[in-house]
Design a protein around this ligand. Structure first.
Ligand code: MD3
Ligand code: FE
Length: 224
């Protein structure tokens, strides 16, 4: 599948777009898997650490770790904040996507599911709650198109707008991994994938630093 570099700036080196990576049938298939995740791990509302303000985007996760935020701060947790149960596994289609585009030796540890109503937004931010920035973030858009914004490594720098459509995949690697970004708006009625309208974004991430192979082997030996 063909990827396009989104920008020429050195600081956005590693930002790749795969337009229409998933066709309509594969989007349906992926959506069914995401619905299965949400059945097991219901959507919750995260809150901003200092203000305690609720975010407009509702969230869930799959994978060994899931992203969560409340008054005590942003963090990754191994269980759902309301049910106390482990997050469900990352669907095979998303593991296959990671293997295809991430060019990273270890599997993703977290898949954050962001659910946008037509009025939801995500302010400009950096993703830096992970201990390993050498791995890319891989993002999938489903449902209504959105206006996505990417800047550089500082909040005050210039930003560029892009439109993300259902089925598009973004890879945020290299220096783009720490770029400021956000979702300005959802374009209601631009996709018929979600009967209820709105947009779903999936982000696959590494959270911890990969163990060295020798360490992993020793641990496996130890654990019998
Ligand atoms: C650019 N999600 O969950 S995904 C997030 O559409 C998040 O829901 C947005 O930002 C969404 O943190 C954008 C694309 C994305 C993800 C991570 C990035 C873009 C990024 C990290 C660095 C630069
Ligand atoms: Fe982000």
């Amino acid at each position: 599948m063909k990827a396009t570099r989104l920008a020429d700036e050195a600081e956005l080196d590693g930002l790749l777009l795969f337009p229409g990576y998933f066709d309509a049938d594969r989007q349906q298939e992926l959506l069914a898997a995401v619905r299965g995740v949400i059945d097991e791990a219901p959507l919750y509302t995260a809150h901003m650490p200092k203000s305690g303000r609720p975010m407009s985007v509702r969230m869930s996760n799959c994978g060994p770790l899931g992203w969560f935020s409340d008054e005590r701060g942003y963090r990754y947790v191994d269980a759902h904040p309301c049910t106390g149960r482990r997050w469900p596994p990352i669907p095979d289609m998303l593991i296959a996507l990671w293997n295809d585009v991430a060019h990273y030796s270890d599997p993703p540890e977290a898949c954050l599911v962001n659910v946008y109503s037509p009025a939801a937004r995500m302010g400009l931010h950096q993703d830096r709650d992970e201990a390993d920035f050498s791995a890319p973030v891989v993002s999938v858009s489903l449902g209504d198109s959105c206006l996505f914004r990417v800047g550089g490594p500082t909040r005050s720098g210039p930003t560029r707008p892009y439109r993300l459509n259902s089925g598009d995949v973004l890879v945020l690697g290299g220096s783009s991994r720490l770029a400021f970004h956000g979702v300005d708006r959802i374009y209601a009625g631009t996709s018929r994938l979600l009967a209820e309208g709105g947009r779903i974004n999936l982000t696959l991430r590494r959270v911890t630093r990969p163990q060295h192979a020798a360490h992993r082997a020793a641990e496996a030996h130890h654990n019998g």
